[in-house]
Design a protein around this ligand. Sequence first.
Ligand code: NAD
Length: 378
Amino acid sequence: MKVGIGRERHEGERRVAATPETVLQMTALGVEVLIESGAGVEAGHPDSAYTEAGASVVTELPLAEVDVYCHVRPLSPERAAQLHPDQITIGLAAPAAELPTVAALAQAGVTAFALELVPRISRAQSMDALTSQALVAGYRVVLEAAIRFPRFFPLYMTAAGTIPPARVLVLGAGVAGLQAIATAKRLGARVSAYDVRPASADEVTSMGGTFIALDLDAIEGVGGYARELSEDRAVRQRDLLAPHVAAADVLITTAAIPGRPAPLLVTREMVAGMRMGSVVIDLAAESGGNVEGVVAGQDVFVRTSADDGVVTLVGMKDPASTMPADASRLYAKNVANLLALMTHDGQVSPDFTDEVIAGACLTHAGEVRHAPTAAALT
Ligand code: NAD
């Protein structure tokens, strides 16, 4: 069986779906690996490294000839339409956002696996690309904040005076948020964090951060409909967060809700209420943003209300792709581990009674298997 890895087509994407290490892993499964020339260069892997690992490097991947096609970014609808029913794809698919591609995959009869859909259970952790890429993003977001911040992160006690540590506030303490807390702590900042899940308090503390508990219970029971209640809670949440945001030098937001637009946690007014020179960096910018006025891929300067200064509001874009070597190292392992789960004696044959394989399957035999995506398409 042939496994193909193409150059990523999406502009700015620097990751690759296989490394020489995972080529070794895949060939040990008894499959043949074809990789498009130059696919791994940006991630630090020249063609020669893939050849040494046992892959065949080809100028143009013969898409119709591979049994399994591994990719990073969701395929374009045009590329998905070139596939045929006997083929399997493994990669990120962003099903909620890329409905035309999902429709094209189903129409082509492809068995498509979306790494976003891998169940978040212990057994599937080694295939969990959301976690591996969020780890990279959470690290990178702190570096991006630090280079824009006009002050040090650590405390300095020098003969010329004492410089206090930066106060970093992280909103959303999932995988990326926890990594941001750990990274900011390593740089010497004083870190506090908040998440809507009270269970995250222990994780924040274990990373060296101080958990902020908000009294959101006070509004429970107000309203009557889930939507109204939710809006009330969001307003109350912003009100309670406002003093913490105003006290922060650096604000990092990472809050997300799977398959939904990111929740708005910080208004423009709250940003304007920060001190001049502060930095706000929104990791959720590409899915609508946690901060009002954020633009993915851009720095926006917000005038402070108390003085004539500015706060830099950064919309993070493609954070994992900014660290292509380690992001690819982890991502490629996720891909190879999922492939290994469905490969037996050199044959790739998904067993749909396995909850990981069934859960990760987006399309199969002309059907969209992921119920929320199927519903969105009707
Ligand atoms: P995510 O990227 O979907 O969201 C990031 C964080 O934003 C979450 O912690 C979420 O609670 C938070 N959030 C959402 N709305 C918010 C709001 N209004 N205010 C504040 N915070 C808000 O989440 P994630 O990082 O992918 O992971 C979330 C959870 O999944 C965590 O509990 C994590 O430990 C768990 N997880 C489990 C596994 C596993 O068991 N294999 C793997 C990874 C993550």
